[in-house]
Design a protein around this ligand. Structure first.
Ligand SMILES: [Zn+2]
Length: 147
């Protein structure tokens, strides 16, 4: 599981926050004050086959999942945008990714035929999907419509 290093603005302690909890207004382990995660280096939640279904079903926020493969050029081009969106929409829309080359079960289940494929889930149901390169403004428009 990936963790995000987040410095507490109140007491200065560095906290390691599991990425699957980064949107849940985490509190500092020492002083218990809420950590401002906007100052942390937040990226997409790294999903795997074991937690995928539970994660998209349990969260009430919309979840954008980037199905990618590390060797795919268009995926690499999309990656910086996904990182940026994870930070921008933190706490409002969950931005996640799954490596289809390592975790085939979720890609089989959602019939991923090409990467990158972006699927937006709400309450575990697909509300949007797109395969291939997606222009930044179009993707942002889609995300804004979910808020
Ligand atoms: Zn603290």
């Amino acid at each position: 599981m990936k963790t995000v290093l987040a410095t507490c603005q109140s007491c200065g302690v560095k906290n390691r926050i599991p990425d699957i909890k980064q949107h849940l207004k985490p509190r500092c382990g020492r002083c218990k004050k809420q950590i401002d995660m906007r100052l942390a280096n937040v990226g997409p939640v790294e999903l795997d086959d074991a937690i995928f279904e539970d994660f998209i079903n349990r969260n009430t926020l919309p979840v954008l999942v980037d199905f990618f493969s590390p060797t795919c050029g268009p995926c690499q081009m999309l990656a910086p945008l996904i990182i940026k969106l994870a930070g921008r929409y933190l706490g409002r829309i969950i931005v996640a990714s799954i490596d289809t080359s390592r975790f085939p079960a979720a890609s089989t289940r959602y019939q991923i035929r090409g990467v990158p494929t972006l699927i937006i889930f709400r309450n575990g149901k697909i509300i949007d999907r797109q395969t291939g390169a997606v222009p930044e403004n179009l993707l942002i428009e889609k995300l804004e419509s979910l808020l």
